[in-house]
Ligand binder design. Sequence first.
Ligand code: HSE
Length: 311
Amino acid sequence: MSKDSVRIKVSASVANVSCGFDCLGYSLEEPADILTITKREKPGIEITISGTGADSISTLAGRNTAGKGILSLLTAVDQQLGFTVHIEKGIFPGSGLGSSAASAVGGVVGVNLLLGSPLKPSELLIHCMAGEAAASGDFHADNVAPALLGSIILIRSYDPLDIVSLPIPENLFSTVVLPELSINTKKARALVPRHVPIKTAVEQAGNLAGFTSAMYTGDFELLGRSMIDLLAEPYRQELIPGYHSVHQASLDNGAIGCGISGSGPALFAFSDSLETAMKIGLAMEKAFKHEGFVSEVYSSKIRVEPPEILD
Ligand code: HSE
């Protein structure tokens, strides 16, 4: 019997992962959004939002990432059903942790389930991207792909869409530190130059290849050398007070590499044990404190599972 209602938990994600601007992202265990989606008689999508940063998000279906993703899916499967969607935000909007992506994924996955799963998870990606575009103004998949599929995802190509789930070395851990700040993704994207010199393109390609190779071999020294971004991070770091000291604090405490998570202000770091990941988190938190910002710390392995269906 098909369900009338579903509750689904979708995790935050780290996009770019230093050397993969718009083409690398990984899933976190926490924080997460929870969406409750219910079929209704009337067509149309009615959205309500609670939780962190709820006031800053539109409840209009065409301007909300969950709503826009659902509309895209309904058009593709030629359905005119109506739904109520309640979004409980656990991921602060403008955090750099894929807040808009998590809601888009929750909406699309939830409605697909309520329709009896006409599309496979990989076929849902394009609709999640359409949803995410409501917030960022651009089609990019480096948050929605890991939030939808779990793991660390490389987007090899956007046209045609071609994604690769990379292997994760057994002892790779993530730390994410989120200061009490918010950055508008559209504005942060406007800071990224449209054109780069060939020398920069070559260096970025080398780093991304080094990163990918290190995920297959577990060579953490190569991973650290490769975790450098030349496309976005140099132009965005000024948006994050204390960027340099927080970055340095992570490396001084054993981080393999560190960078801005998505468009920030959160920063992420990789390390080789949970103990080191937690130590790095405390040091980064202290460095942000020194700049006058309280922050949240999340230390875990990369999440490999897809969104959790709660009931
Ligand atoms: N790759 C995107 C960016 C992620 O850096 O603009 C932001 O959501």
